[in-house]
Write a protein that binds this ligand. Structure first.
Ligand SMILES: [Zn+2]
Length: 464
C-alpha cells in the first residue's frame, strides 16, 4: 500500500511534455526535412525481410512475424503494443509443376493460386481450352469445359495508379470459379502482372459455396505467351495442346492470425484516433519487401517521428494487419471488434515503395480547410491534390464502409505489377531514397491531421 502511494506521488511529479498547445512541436515542414534523412523505415523492412522473410497468413511464419513485430514496436517506444488474434481458414502451397505434353513439349513456370485445389500427387493431364479474355470464358457453354484445362490470358497493361489491377485481376479472382462452374478439371491463367520475367504471380482466388474448387494456377508471362503460340500452331493442324499439371496445395483447417497494434497516445481522446498501417502478412514466394514490408515500415516510421517530436492531440494507432492477402481477414476482424466509433481517420500504405505523387481525400465538407492545409504542405514535395475519393487502403475498407474518413497518399505504381506476388518481391527492389520520400509525406500529413481542430468523428451510417 505504502509503495503504491509513493509510486503515485512519484508519477505526479513526472515532467509532462513541454507543450503549451497541442501540435506546436509538430511543424510539418521540419518533420518533412527530418524524415528525408531518416532510415528507420528501411531498417524495419530490411530486418523483417531478413529475420522473418515470407509470412503467409495463418502459418507459423506469420505468427513469427507478429512476435517480431511486437518486439520491434516496443523497442521503438510505442505504447499499448499488443496482438489482437483471430481465427482463419488456412491454405498452404505444395508441389507445382506444369509440362506441355503434346503436340509440343516443355516445362512451364507455374504457381498455384491461393485456395487452389490439389491435382493429387500424380497430377492430371488434359486438353487445354483457350480463352483470350474473361468475357470469352464467361461466354463458354455450361459443361463445355468438362475434363479440360481452361487457359485464360486476359493480358494486363501497365498504369501509374494500378487501376488496371481492378480490371485484369478479375481473371485470378473470379476466373477459377467460373471455369469450375462450367465443369473444367483445372484452370491456368496468364499471371496478373506486367513484367517479362519467368516468374509466375500468385494471389488469392475464391470459389462459391456451391462450386467444388479445382486446381488453379498462374503461368509466368513468357510461358503464357509461348503456350498461346503453341495453341495457334497446333490448331492449324487441327490438334489440341495437352498439359500435365501437378499441384498439391492443401487446406490445413482453422489456424490463428492476428493484428499487431501499437499507439502514440494523444492528449485528447475525444478527438478520435488516426488509424494507420500496412499488412504484415505476405505471399510466400518472395520475402514480402514491396508488398507490404514497405507499408508497415513507412507508416510506423512516420508515427515514430510524430511521437519523438511530442504528444499529438489525436492518438495515432499503428496496425500491422494480419491476413490481408488471403481475404482482408485482419481488417474485417478489427472492424467487427471495434466498429467505427472513436476513429477519426484511416490511412494505409499498401502499394509498394514508389514515389508518392498524389493525395486523395475522403473527408467531410466541414474539413475543407484541413484538405487545403495538407495539400499546401505536400506541394513542395511535388505531390498534387486530386478530386479522387480516398479508399483508406484494403485493410481499412471495412472501417471506411462504416463511415470512417480516409486519406490516401498515392504511390507511383508503374512498376508495381512487375514484382507483385512473385519471387522477385525482395529488399533490393526498394530504393531507400524513395522510401524516405514516402515517410516524409506521411509525417507531413500526420503532423497536420493529428493536431487539427476539425471534427472528424464518424457520423453513424444510417441503417438499411
Ligand atoms: Zn499488399
Amino acid at each position: 500500500m505504502k509503495t503504491r502511494l509513493l509510486l503515485a506521488i512519484a508519477a505526479l511529479a513526472l515532467p509532462v511534455p513541454l507543450l503549451a498547445q497541442d501540435g506546436q512541436a509538430h511543424d510539418p515542414a521540419a518533420l518533412q526535412q527530418k524524415a528525408l534523412g531518416d532510415n528507420t523505415a528501411y531498417s524495419i523492412v530490411e530486418d523483417l525481410t531478413t529475420e522473418i522473410g515470407p509470412r503467409l497468413a495463418g502459418t507459423d511464419r506469420e505468427a513469427a512475424a507478429r512476435t517480431w513485430a511486437v518486439d520491434r514496436l516496443k523497442a521503438m517506444g510505442f505504447a499499448n503494443v499488443r496482438i489482437e488474434p483471430f481465427d482463419m481458414k488456412t491454405w498452404v502451397r505444395g508441389i507445382e509443376t506444369a509440362e506441355v505434353t503434346a503436340p509440343y513439349s516443355g516445362n512451364m513456370h507455374i504457381t498455384a493460386l491461393g485456395n487452389s485445389a490439389s491435382t493429387g500427387a500424380r497430377g492430371l493431364e488434359a486438353q487445354i481450352v483457350y480463352f483470350r479474355t474473361m468475357a470469352d470464358l464467361e461466354a463458354a457453354a455450361a459443361g463445355s469445359l468438362k475434363g479440360k484445362i481452361a487457359f485464360v490470358s486476359h493480358k494486363m497493361t501497365r498504369t501509374q495508379t494500378g487501376a488496371s489491377y481492378g480490371q485484369f485481376g478479375d481473371v485470378r479472382r473470379r476466373g477459377p470459379n467460373i471455369a469450375a462452374s462450367k465443369g473444367a478439371a483445372a484452370i491456368i491463367i496468364r499471371s496478373v502482372g506486367t513484367d517479362y520475367h519467368r516468374n509466375p504471380h500468385t494471389g488469392g482466388t475464391n470459389f462459391a459455396k456451391d462450386v467444388t474448387p479445382i486446381p488453379a494456377a498462374a503461368l509466368a508471362i513468357p510461358d503464357a505467351e509461348n503456350l498461346e503460340r503453341m495453341i495457334t500452331r497446333a490448331a492449324r493442324d487441327g490438334k489440341p495442346v495437352t498439359m500435365k499439371l501437378v499441384l498439391t496445395p492443401r487446406q490445413i483447417g482453422t489456424t490463428q492470425s492476428g493484428n499487431v497494434i501499437a499507439e502514440v497516445p494523444g492528449s485528447d481522446p475525444g478527438a478520435g484516433m488516426i488509424l494507420i498501417g500496412g499488412h504484415l502478412d505476405s505471399w510466400d514466394l518472395g520475402t514480402g519487401a514491396v508488398d507490404d514490408g514497405a507499408g508497415v515500415a513507412i507508416s510506423a516510421a512516420a508515427a515514430k517521428l510524430i511521437m519523438d517530436a511530442g504528444t499529438p492531440k489525436r492518438t495515432i494507432r499503428v496496425v500491422w494487419w494480419g491476413a490481408e492477402e488471403v481475404g482482408i481477414f485482419g481488417g474485417s476482424a478489427y472492424a467487427q471488434k471495434h466498429g467505427a466509433a472513436g476513429h477519426a481517420l484511416a490511412m494505409e500504405s499498401d502499394f509498394g515503395a514508389g514515389r508518392i505523387w498524389q493525395v486523395d481525400f475522403r473527408l467531410p465538407e466541414t474539413a475543407d480547410g484541413l484538405k487545403t492545409k495538407i495539400a499546401n504542405a505536400l506541394a513542395p514535395m511535388g505531390i498534387g491534390r486530386s478530386n479522387d475519393v480516398a479508399s483508406g487502403g484494403p485493410d481499412h475498407g471495412p472501417m471506411v464502409a462504416l463511415g470512417v474518413n480516409a486519406i490516401d497518399l498515392r504511390q507511383d505504381g508503374t512498376d508495381y505489377f512487375d514484382l507483385h506476388h512473385t519471387p522477385d518481391d525482395t529488399l533490393d527492389k526498394i530504393d531507400p531514397q524513395m522510401l524516405r520520400q514516402n515517410v516524409a509525406a506521411w509525417a507531413t500529413v500526420l503532423a497536420i491531421v493529428a493536431n487539427d481542430p476539425a471534427d472528424l468523428l464518424p457520423k453513424p451510417v444510417p441503417a438499411k
